[in-house]
Design a protein. Structure first.
Lengths: 209, 298
Protein backbone atom coordinates (compact mmCIF):
# COMPACT_ATOMS: atom_id res chain seq x y z
CA UNK A 1 0.00 0.00 0.00
CA UNK A 2 1.12 3.50 -0.64
CA UNK A 3 2.24 6.23 1.66
CA UNK A 4 0.19 8.99 0.06
CA UNK A 5 -2.84 6.83 -0.22
CA UNK A 6 -2.75 5.73 3.36
CA UNK A 7 -2.26 9.25 4.59
CA UNK A 8 -5.45 10.11 2.77
CA UNK A 9 -7.03 7.04 4.24
CA UNK A 10 -6.21 8.27 7.70
CA UNK A 11 -8.05 11.48 6.99
CA UNK A 12 -10.99 9.74 5.39
CA UNK A 13 -12.62 9.09 8.69
CA UNK A 14 -16.15 9.93 7.69
CA UNK A 15 -18.60 7.19 6.82
CA UNK A 16 -19.99 9.49 4.17
CA UNK A 17 -16.70 9.16 2.34
CA UNK A 18 -16.18 5.52 3.14
CA UNK A 19 -17.24 4.03 -0.14
CA UNK A 20 -14.28 2.42 -1.87
CA UNK A 21 -12.13 4.05 -4.49
CA UNK A 22 -9.64 1.25 -4.91
CA UNK A 23 -10.53 -2.36 -5.64
CA UNK A 24 -8.07 -5.12 -4.85
CA UNK A 25 -8.27 -8.85 -5.49
CA UNK A 26 -6.67 -10.60 -2.54
CA UNK A 27 -5.21 -14.06 -3.15
CA UNK A 28 -4.64 -15.68 0.24
CA UNK A 29 -2.46 -18.74 0.91
CA UNK A 30 -2.35 -20.14 4.45
CA UNK A 31 0.73 -22.02 5.56
CA UNK A 32 0.28 -24.56 8.36
CA UNK A 33 3.08 -26.37 10.15
CA UNK A 34 2.32 -29.24 12.50
CA UNK A 35 -1.30 -28.27 12.81
CA UNK A 36 -0.70 -24.58 13.52
CA UNK A 37 -1.04 -21.56 11.24
CA UNK A 38 2.46 -20.16 10.73
CA UNK A 39 2.18 -17.72 7.83
CA UNK A 40 -0.21 -15.95 5.48
CA UNK A 41 0.96 -15.28 1.92
CA UNK A 42 -0.86 -12.41 0.25
CA UNK A 43 -1.07 -11.41 -3.41
CA UNK A 44 -2.89 -8.14 -3.98
CA UNK A 45 -3.92 -7.28 -7.54
CA UNK A 46 -4.94 -3.62 -7.89
CA UNK A 47 -7.76 -2.63 -10.23
CA UNK A 48 -6.80 -1.37 -13.68
CA UNK A 49 -7.93 2.20 -13.15
CA UNK A 50 -5.92 2.68 -9.99
CA UNK A 51 -2.94 0.86 -11.52
CA UNK A 52 -3.06 3.21 -14.49
CA UNK A 53 -3.28 6.21 -12.18
CA UNK A 54 -0.30 4.91 -10.24
CA UNK A 55 1.94 4.25 -13.24
CA UNK A 56 0.96 7.51 -14.96
CA UNK A 57 1.56 9.45 -11.78
CA UNK A 58 5.04 7.96 -11.53
CA UNK A 59 5.62 8.67 -15.22
CA UNK A 60 5.98 4.98 -16.09
CA UNK A 61 5.00 3.06 -19.22
CA UNK A 62 4.61 6.12 -21.47
CA UNK A 63 3.67 3.99 -24.50
CA UNK A 64 1.03 2.20 -22.39
CA UNK A 65 1.88 -1.21 -23.71
CA UNK A 66 1.80 -2.69 -20.21
CA UNK A 67 5.54 -3.45 -20.22
CA UNK A 68 7.95 -1.78 -17.81
CA UNK A 69 11.73 -1.49 -18.09
CA UNK A 70 13.91 -2.67 -15.23
CA UNK A 71 14.33 0.85 -13.90
CA UNK A 72 10.59 1.49 -14.14
CA UNK A 73 9.85 -1.69 -12.21
CA UNK A 74 12.19 -0.54 -9.46
CA UNK A 75 10.46 2.86 -9.25
CA UNK A 76 7.04 1.22 -9.05
CA UNK A 77 8.25 -1.29 -6.48
CA UNK A 78 9.69 1.42 -4.24
CA UNK A 79 6.47 3.43 -4.37
CA UNK A 80 4.18 0.51 -3.63
CA UNK A 81 6.31 -1.07 -0.91
CA UNK A 82 6.82 2.18 0.96
CA UNK A 83 4.38 1.40 3.74
CA UNK A 84 3.88 4.32 6.09
CA UNK A 85 4.30 4.05 9.82
CA UNK A 86 1.17 2.92 11.52
CA UNK A 87 -0.14 1.06 8.48
CA UNK A 88 -1.17 -2.35 9.78
CA UNK A 89 -1.16 -4.24 6.49
CA UNK A 90 -4.92 -4.83 6.25
CA UNK A 91 -4.59 -8.47 7.39
CA UNK A 92 -6.49 -9.69 10.44
CA UNK A 93 -6.27 -13.18 11.94
CA UNK A 94 -8.42 -14.27 14.86
CA UNK A 95 -8.82 -17.46 16.88
CA UNK A 96 -11.87 -17.90 19.05
CA UNK A 97 -12.71 -14.25 18.40
CA UNK A 98 -9.36 -13.01 19.75
CA UNK A 99 -6.84 -11.29 17.49
CA UNK A 100 -3.62 -13.15 16.71
CA UNK A 101 -0.39 -11.17 16.60
CA UNK A 102 1.19 -10.97 13.14
CA UNK A 103 4.86 -10.50 12.30
CA UNK A 104 6.34 -7.88 9.99
CA UNK A 105 6.00 -8.60 6.28
CA UNK A 106 8.63 -10.70 4.51
CA UNK A 107 9.51 -11.48 0.89
CA UNK A 108 7.76 -8.35 -0.39
CA UNK A 109 7.73 -7.84 -4.15
CA UNK A 110 5.85 -5.91 -6.82
CA UNK A 111 4.94 -6.98 -10.35
CA UNK A 112 3.14 -5.29 -13.24
CA UNK A 113 1.08 -7.61 -15.44
CA UNK A 114 -1.53 -6.74 -18.07
CA UNK A 115 -1.69 -3.18 -16.80
CA UNK A 116 -2.31 -4.20 -13.19
CA UNK A 117 -0.03 -3.64 -10.22
CA UNK A 118 0.48 -6.77 -8.13
CA UNK A 119 1.89 -6.60 -4.58
CA UNK A 120 3.05 -9.78 -2.85
CA UNK A 121 4.30 -10.47 0.66
CA UNK A 122 4.19 -12.96 3.53
CA UNK A 123 3.09 -12.24 7.09
CA UNK A 124 4.47 -14.69 9.67
CA UNK A 125 2.10 -15.81 12.41
CA UNK A 126 4.14 -16.39 15.54
CA UNK A 127 1.62 -16.80 18.28
CA UNK A 128 -1.24 -18.87 16.89
CA UNK A 129 -2.75 -21.76 18.79
CA UNK A 130 -3.09 -25.05 16.89
CA UNK A 131 -6.14 -25.60 14.71
CA UNK A 132 -8.93 -23.38 13.41
CA UNK A 133 -8.43 -19.75 12.47
CA UNK A 134 -10.39 -16.91 10.91
CA UNK A 135 -8.65 -14.65 8.40
CA UNK A 136 -9.86 -11.38 6.93
CA UNK A 137 -8.28 -8.88 4.57
CA UNK A 138 -9.81 -5.42 4.85
CA UNK A 139 -9.11 -1.73 5.13
CA UNK A 140 -10.83 -0.46 8.30
CA UNK A 141 -11.72 2.81 6.57
CA UNK A 142 -13.02 1.01 3.45
CA UNK A 143 -11.11 3.27 1.10
CA UNK A 144 -9.86 0.00 -0.40
CA UNK A 145 -12.31 -2.81 -1.10
CA UNK A 146 -10.61 -6.21 -1.00
CA UNK A 147 -12.21 -9.25 -2.58
CA UNK A 148 -10.80 -12.62 -1.54
CA UNK A 149 -9.97 -14.81 -4.54
CA UNK A 150 -11.23 -18.38 -4.28
CA UNK A 151 -10.11 -20.98 -3.62
CA UNK A 152 -8.00 -20.07 -0.60
CA UNK A 153 -5.21 -22.61 -0.37
CA UNK A 154 -4.09 -24.26 2.85
CA UNK A 155 -0.75 -26.03 2.80
CA UNK A 156 1.07 -28.11 5.40
CA UNK A 157 -1.94 -29.81 6.96
CA UNK A 158 -4.27 -32.03 4.96
CA UNK A 159 -6.89 -31.91 7.72
CA UNK A 160 -7.38 -28.14 7.38
CA UNK A 161 -9.68 -26.63 4.77
CA UNK A 162 -10.62 -23.02 4.12
CA UNK A 163 -14.07 -21.69 3.32
CA UNK A 164 -14.83 -18.16 2.19
CA UNK A 165 -17.99 -16.41 3.32
CA UNK A 166 -18.70 -13.31 1.26
CA UNK A 167 -19.44 -10.02 2.98
CA UNK A 168 -23.10 -9.21 3.51
CA UNK A 169 -23.04 -6.03 1.46
CA UNK A 170 -26.64 -5.16 2.18
CA UNK A 171 -26.23 -5.44 5.93
CA UNK A 172 -22.96 -3.49 5.73
CA UNK A 173 -24.51 -0.72 3.65
CA UNK A 174 -27.50 -0.55 5.95
CA UNK A 175 -25.13 -0.15 8.86
CA UNK A 176 -23.38 2.73 7.12
CA UNK A 177 -26.74 4.30 6.33
CA UNK A 178 -27.79 4.00 9.94
CA UNK A 179 -24.58 5.69 10.99
CA UNK A 180 -25.20 8.38 8.42
CA UNK A 181 -28.78 9.10 9.27
CA UNK A 182 -28.08 10.14 12.78
CA UNK A 183 -28.41 7.64 15.59
CA UNK A 184 -27.22 8.00 19.19
CA UNK A 185 -23.77 9.47 19.01
CA UNK A 186 -22.06 7.10 21.47
CA UNK A 187 -23.31 4.16 19.43
CA UNK A 188 -21.84 5.61 16.27
CA UNK A 189 -18.52 6.23 17.99
CA UNK A 190 -18.22 2.55 18.79
CA UNK A 191 -19.54 1.23 15.51
CA UNK A 192 -17.77 3.51 13.08
CA UNK A 193 -14.21 2.14 12.99
CA UNK A 194 -15.50 -1.28 12.01
CA UNK A 195 -17.19 -0.25 8.76
CA UNK A 196 -14.40 -1.74 6.63
CA UNK A 197 -14.69 -5.03 8.48
CA UNK A 198 -18.39 -5.18 7.74
CA UNK A 199 -17.59 -5.17 4.03
CA UNK A 200 -14.91 -7.87 4.39
CA UNK A 201 -15.00 -11.45 3.15
CA UNK A 202 -14.34 -13.98 5.91
CA UNK A 203 -12.01 -16.97 5.53
CA UNK A 204 -12.67 -19.73 8.05
CA UNK A 205 -10.10 -22.48 8.34
CA UNK A 206 -11.33 -25.61 10.03
CA UNK A 207 -9.04 -28.47 10.89
CA UNK A 208 -11.65 -31.11 11.63
CA UNK A 209 -12.68 -32.35 15.06
CA UNK B 1 -42.75 16.51 -21.69
CA UNK B 2 -41.38 16.79 -18.18
CA UNK B 3 -43.96 14.40 -16.83
CA UNK B 4 -42.48 11.31 -18.48
CA UNK B 5 -39.01 11.44 -16.89
CA UNK B 6 -40.61 12.71 -13.70
CA UNK B 7 -42.97 9.74 -13.64
CA UNK B 8 -40.07 7.39 -14.23
CA UNK B 9 -38.09 8.89 -11.40
CA UNK B 10 -41.12 8.74 -9.14
CA UNK B 11 -41.61 5.05 -9.90
CA UNK B 12 -37.93 4.49 -9.25
CA UNK B 13 -38.17 6.41 -5.99
CA UNK B 14 -41.12 4.35 -4.81
CA UNK B 15 -39.31 1.17 -5.78
CA UNK B 16 -36.16 2.21 -3.98
CA UNK B 17 -37.99 3.37 -0.92
CA UNK B 18 -40.72 0.83 -0.44
CA UNK B 19 -40.11 -2.37 -2.33
CA UNK B 20 -36.57 -3.40 -1.41
CA UNK B 21 -35.15 -1.95 -4.60
CA UNK B 22 -32.39 -0.32 -2.60
CA UNK B 23 -31.08 -3.77 -1.66
CA UNK B 24 -30.74 -4.78 -5.29
CA UNK B 25 -29.06 -1.49 -6.11
CA UNK B 26 -26.61 -2.03 -3.25
CA UNK B 27 -25.60 -5.42 -4.57
CA UNK B 28 -25.47 -4.14 -8.13
CA UNK B 29 -23.57 -0.99 -7.28
CA UNK B 30 -20.82 -2.84 -5.44
CA UNK B 31 -20.02 -5.01 -8.46
CA UNK B 32 -20.82 -2.28 -10.94
CA UNK B 33 -18.42 0.32 -9.65
CA UNK B 34 -15.55 -2.13 -9.74
CA UNK B 35 -16.31 -3.25 -13.31
CA UNK B 36 -16.78 0.32 -14.49
CA UNK B 37 -13.54 1.40 -12.86
CA UNK B 38 -11.60 -1.34 -14.68
CA UNK B 39 -13.34 -0.57 -17.97
CA UNK B 40 -12.48 3.13 -17.63
CA UNK B 41 -8.79 2.25 -17.66
CA UNK B 42 -9.31 0.33 -20.91
CA UNK B 43 -11.24 3.24 -22.44
CA UNK B 44 -8.49 5.68 -21.47
CA UNK B 45 -5.86 3.48 -23.10
CA UNK B 46 -8.01 3.15 -26.23
CA UNK B 47 -8.50 6.90 -26.32
CA UNK B 48 -4.78 7.45 -25.96
CA UNK B 49 -4.24 5.13 -28.93
CA UNK B 50 -6.76 7.16 -30.89
CA UNK B 51 -9.31 4.37 -31.33
CA UNK B 52 -12.69 5.33 -32.79
CA UNK B 53 -15.54 5.43 -30.31
CA UNK B 54 -13.24 5.45 -27.29
CA UNK B 55 -14.43 8.88 -26.19
CA UNK B 56 -18.10 7.89 -26.20
CA UNK B 57 -17.19 4.73 -24.29
CA UNK B 58 -15.28 6.71 -21.68
CA UNK B 59 -18.10 9.19 -21.13
CA UNK B 60 -20.66 6.39 -20.96
CA UNK B 61 -18.53 4.74 -18.29
CA UNK B 62 -18.23 8.06 -16.46
CA UNK B 63 -22.01 8.28 -16.27
CA UNK B 64 -22.20 4.73 -14.95
CA UNK B 65 -19.42 5.44 -12.44
CA UNK B 66 -21.29 8.46 -11.10
CA UNK B 67 -24.47 6.45 -10.76
CA UNK B 68 -22.87 3.47 -9.01
CA UNK B 69 -20.80 5.64 -6.75
CA UNK B 70 -23.74 7.75 -5.63
CA UNK B 71 -25.79 4.60 -5.08
CA UNK B 72 -23.40 3.86 -2.22
CA UNK B 73 -23.47 5.99 0.92
CA UNK B 74 -22.66 9.66 0.48
CA UNK B 75 -23.35 12.90 2.26
CA UNK B 76 -24.61 14.70 -0.85
CA UNK B 77 -27.54 12.36 -0.93
CA UNK B 78 -28.04 12.80 2.79
CA UNK B 79 -28.21 16.57 2.66
CA UNK B 80 -30.68 16.55 -0.22
CA UNK B 81 -32.80 13.85 1.36
CA UNK B 82 -32.77 15.42 4.81
CA UNK B 83 -33.66 18.78 3.36
CA UNK B 84 -36.49 17.32 1.30
CA UNK B 85 -37.89 15.60 4.37
CA UNK B 86 -37.55 18.58 6.62
CA UNK B 87 -38.77 21.40 4.42
CA UNK B 88 -41.77 21.73 2.19
CA UNK B 89 -39.83 22.06 -1.05
CA UNK B 90 -41.50 21.59 -4.43
CA UNK B 91 -40.37 18.42 -6.19
CA UNK B 92 -38.97 20.17 -9.23
CA UNK B 93 -37.01 22.69 -7.21
CA UNK B 94 -35.46 20.02 -5.00
CA UNK B 95 -34.62 17.96 -8.07
CA UNK B 96 -33.03 21.02 -9.63
CA UNK B 97 -30.99 21.55 -6.48
CA UNK B 98 -29.90 17.92 -6.56
CA UNK B 99 -28.78 18.27 -10.16
CA UNK B 100 -27.05 21.58 -9.49
CA UNK B 101 -25.16 20.19 -6.52
CA UNK B 102 -23.95 17.17 -8.50
CA UNK B 103 -22.75 19.33 -11.37
CA UNK B 104 -21.28 21.77 -8.85
CA UNK B 105 -19.31 18.89 -7.39
CA UNK B 106 -17.86 18.17 -10.85
CA UNK B 107 -17.03 21.85 -11.34
CA UNK B 108 -15.21 21.92 -7.99
CA UNK B 109 -13.17 18.87 -9.00
CA UNK B 110 -12.17 20.51 -12.29
CA UNK B 111 -11.31 23.81 -10.65
CA UNK B 112 -9.39 22.09 -7.86
CA UNK B 113 -7.31 19.88 -10.14
CA UNK B 114 -6.54 22.48 -12.77
CA UNK B 115 -5.87 25.39 -10.48
CA UNK B 116 -3.48 23.23 -8.50
CA UNK B 117 -1.92 21.47 -11.45
CA UNK B 118 -1.59 24.43 -13.80
CA UNK B 119 -1.01 27.33 -11.46
CA UNK B 120 0.88 25.66 -8.66
CA UNK B 121 2.43 22.66 -10.38
CA UNK B 122 1.36 20.30 -7.63
CA UNK B 123 1.64 16.55 -7.69
CA UNK B 124 -1.28 14.20 -7.38
CA UNK B 125 -0.76 13.51 -3.68
CA UNK B 126 -0.84 17.18 -2.85
CA UNK B 127 -4.03 17.80 -4.83
CA UNK B 128 -5.79 14.92 -3.12
CA UNK B 129 -4.46 15.92 0.26
CA UNK B 130 -5.97 19.36 -0.12
CA UNK B 131 -9.29 17.93 -1.12
CA UNK B 132 -9.53 15.42 1.67
CA UNK B 133 -8.37 17.74 4.40
CA UNK B 134 -9.43 21.32 3.88
CA UNK B 135 -12.38 20.75 1.59
CA UNK B 136 -13.85 18.05 3.73
CA UNK B 137 -13.69 20.25 6.80
CA UNK B 138 -15.30 23.13 4.92
CA UNK B 139 -18.02 20.91 3.57
CA UNK B 140 -18.92 19.36 6.91
CA UNK B 141 -18.90 22.79 8.44
CA UNK B 142 -21.36 23.92 5.81
CA UNK B 143 -23.53 20.85 6.32
CA UNK B 144 -23.51 21.51 10.04
CA UNK B 145 -24.61 25.10 9.51
CA UNK B 146 -27.53 23.99 7.36
CA UNK B 147 -28.50 21.57 10.11
CA UNK B 148 -28.33 24.28 12.74
CA UNK B 149 -30.37 26.54 10.57
CA UNK B 150 -33.08 23.89 10.03
CA UNK B 151 -32.99 23.22 13.75
CA UNK B 152 -33.47 26.87 14.59
CA UNK B 153 -36.37 27.26 12.17
CA UNK B 154 -38.06 24.12 13.45
CA UNK B 155 -37.57 25.03 17.08
CA UNK B 156 -38.97 28.50 16.57
CA UNK B 157 -42.13 27.09 15.00
CA UNK B 158 -42.58 24.40 17.62
CA UNK B 159 -42.24 26.84 20.49
CA UNK B 160 -44.62 29.31 18.98
CA UNK B 161 -47.02 26.62 17.85
CA UNK B 162 -47.66 29.07 15.10
CA UNK B 163 -48.93 28.79 11.60
CA UNK B 164 -46.31 28.94 8.87
CA UNK B 165 -45.34 32.34 7.52
CA UNK B 166 -48.43 33.69 5.85
CA UNK B 167 -49.00 36.49 3.48
CA UNK B 168 -51.07 39.50 4.34
CA UNK B 169 -54.60 38.85 5.52
CA UNK B 170 -56.14 40.10 2.29
CA UNK B 171 -54.16 37.83 0.01
CA UNK B 172 -55.78 37.62 -3.40
CA UNK B 173 -58.26 40.40 -2.76
CA UNK B 174 -55.91 43.30 -2.44
CA UNK B 175 -57.89 46.31 -3.62
CA UNK B 176 -54.83 48.26 -4.58
CA UNK B 177 -51.69 46.81 -6.08
CA UNK B 178 -49.78 50.08 -6.23
CA UNK B 179 -50.60 51.80 -3.00
CA UNK B 180 -47.05 52.83 -2.44
CA UNK B 181 -46.28 50.87 0.69
CA UNK B 182 -45.04 47.40 1.09
CA UNK B 183 -47.41 44.88 2.58
CA UNK B 184 -46.09 41.71 4.16
CA UNK B 185 -44.57 39.36 1.68
CA UNK B 186 -46.87 36.97 -0.09
CA UNK B 187 -46.31 33.29 0.42
CA UNK B 188 -44.69 33.12 -3.00
CA UNK B 189 -42.35 36.02 -2.28
CA UNK B 190 -41.43 34.61 1.08
CA UNK B 191 -40.63 31.29 -0.51
CA UNK B 192 -38.48 32.91 -3.14
CA UNK B 193 -36.59 35.19 -0.80
CA UNK B 194 -35.95 32.48 1.72
CA UNK B 195 -35.04 29.81 -0.75
CA UNK B 196 -32.27 31.61 -2.62
CA UNK B 197 -29.71 31.61 0.20
CA UNK B 198 -31.05 28.22 1.15
CA UNK B 199 -30.46 26.93 -2.34
CA UNK B 200 -26.98 28.36 -2.48
CA UNK B 201 -26.09 26.93 0.90
CA UNK B 202 -27.43 23.53 -0.06
CA UNK B 203 -25.68 23.35 -3.41
CA UNK B 204 -22.49 24.73 -1.93
CA UNK B 205 -22.38 22.23 0.91
CA UNK B 206 -22.46 19.35 -1.53
CA UNK B 207 -20.40 20.88 -4.30
CA UNK B 208 -17.51 21.95 -2.13
CA UNK B 209 -16.47 18.34 -1.55
CA UNK B 210 -15.51 16.87 -4.93
CA UNK B 211 -15.75 13.16 -5.55
CA UNK B 212 -12.44 11.32 -5.38
CA UNK B 213 -13.36 9.39 -8.52
CA UNK B 214 -13.61 12.63 -10.49
CA UNK B 215 -10.24 13.74 -9.11
CA UNK B 216 -8.68 10.43 -10.17
CA UNK B 217 -10.10 10.81 -13.67
CA UNK B 218 -8.99 14.44 -14.04
CA UNK B 219 -5.48 13.75 -12.83
CA UNK B 220 -5.18 10.75 -15.14
CA UNK B 221 -6.45 12.58 -18.21
CA UNK B 222 -4.15 15.47 -17.36
CA UNK B 223 -1.18 13.11 -17.22
CA UNK B 224 -2.28 11.47 -20.47
CA UNK B 225 -2.80 14.79 -22.24
CA UNK B 226 -6.52 14.07 -22.64
CA UNK B 227 -7.64 17.07 -20.62
CA UNK B 228 -10.98 17.81 -22.29
CA UNK B 229 -12.04 14.19 -22.29
CA UNK B 230 -11.52 14.24 -18.53
CA UNK B 231 -13.21 17.57 -17.88
CA UNK B 232 -16.32 16.60 -19.85
CA UNK B 233 -16.10 13.18 -18.22
CA UNK B 234 -16.19 14.73 -14.74
CA UNK B 235 -19.43 16.55 -15.57
CA UNK B 236 -20.90 13.39 -17.11
CA UNK B 237 -20.02 11.66 -13.83
CA UNK B 238 -21.94 14.45 -12.10
CA UNK B 239 -24.97 13.69 -14.26
CA UNK B 240 -24.70 10.03 -13.27
CA UNK B 241 -24.55 11.06 -9.63
CA UNK B 242 -27.54 13.34 -10.16
CA UNK B 243 -29.72 10.44 -11.27
CA UNK B 244 -29.36 9.10 -7.75
CA UNK B 245 -29.63 12.39 -5.87
CA UNK B 246 -32.71 13.41 -7.87
CA UNK B 247 -34.25 10.04 -7.07
CA UNK B 248 -33.54 10.58 -3.40
CA UNK B 249 -35.05 14.07 -3.63
CA UNK B 250 -38.22 12.67 -5.19
CA UNK B 251 -38.38 9.88 -2.64
CA UNK B 252 -37.98 12.36 0.20
CA UNK B 253 -40.73 14.64 -1.08
CA UNK B 254 -43.03 11.72 -1.87
CA UNK B 255 -42.51 10.25 1.56
CA UNK B 256 -43.06 13.54 3.32
CA UNK B 257 -46.17 14.42 1.39
CA UNK B 258 -47.84 11.02 1.67
CA UNK B 259 -47.00 10.16 5.25
CA UNK B 260 -47.07 13.50 6.94
CA UNK B 261 -49.62 15.47 5.02
CA UNK B 262 -52.17 12.73 5.40
CA UNK B 263 -51.44 12.29 9.08
CA UNK B 264 -52.70 15.71 9.97
CA UNK B 265 -54.42 18.27 7.88
CA UNK B 266 -55.52 20.74 10.52
CA UNK B 267 -53.56 22.94 12.89
CA UNK B 268 -51.58 19.93 14.07
CA UNK B 269 -49.87 19.55 10.74
CA UNK B 270 -47.87 22.70 11.20
CA UNK B 271 -46.49 21.49 14.48
CA UNK B 272 -45.82 18.05 13.05
CA UNK B 273 -43.96 19.42 10.06
CA UNK B 274 -41.97 21.72 12.30
CA UNK B 275 -41.07 18.72 14.41
CA UNK B 276 -39.89 16.82 11.36
CA UNK B 277 -37.85 19.83 10.35
CA UNK B 278 -36.39 19.92 13.83
CA UNK B 279 -35.52 16.23 13.75
CA UNK B 280 -33.98 16.48 10.30
CA UNK B 281 -31.91 19.42 11.42
CA UNK B 282 -30.85 17.57 14.55
CA UNK B 283 -29.79 14.54 12.53
CA UNK B 284 -27.75 16.67 10.16
CA UNK B 285 -26.11 18.57 13.02
CA UNK B 286 -25.21 15.35 14.81
CA UNK B 287 -23.82 13.88 11.65
CA UNK B 288 -21.77 16.92 10.74
CA UNK B 289 -20.47 17.16 14.28
CA UNK B 290 -19.30 13.59 14.24
CA UNK B 291 -17.67 14.00 10.88
CA UNK B 292 -15.84 17.10 12.05
CA UNK B 293 -14.68 15.38 15.22
CA UNK B 294 -13.47 12.33 13.34
CA UNK B 295 -11.70 14.58 10.93
CA UNK B 296 -9.80 15.97 13.88
CA UNK B 297 -11.16 19.44 13.27
CA UNK B 298 -12.43 19.83 16.82
Amino acid sequence: MLRGLTAILAMLTAPAQAHPHLFVDADVALVYEAGTLRAVRLTWTYDEFFSLLLTEDLGLDPDMDGQLTGAERATLSDAVLDWPEGYEGDLYVTQGGRPVQLGARQDASVAFEDGQVIERHTRPVAAAAPGDATVRVYDPGYYTAYTVVTPVTVTGNAACTAQVRRADLIAATEKVDELLYGMPQDEAEVAFPEVGKDFADTIRVSCGG
Amino acid sequence: MLLIPLGGFLALAVWLWGYGGADSVTRWAAAGQRDVQNAMAGALRALKRGEAGALATLWGLCFAYGFFHAAGPGHGKLVIGGYGLGRRVPVLRLSGLALASSLGQAATAVILVYSAVLALGWTRQQVQGLSDGLFEALSYGAVGLIGLWLLWRGARKVWRGAAPVRGHAHDGEDPCETCGHAHGPTVEQAETVRSLPEALALVGAVAIRPCTGALFLLILTWRLGLDWAGIVGAFVMGLGTATVTVTVALAAVTFRESALMQAATGRGSVRLLALVELLAGLAVVLLAGQLLMRGGIF
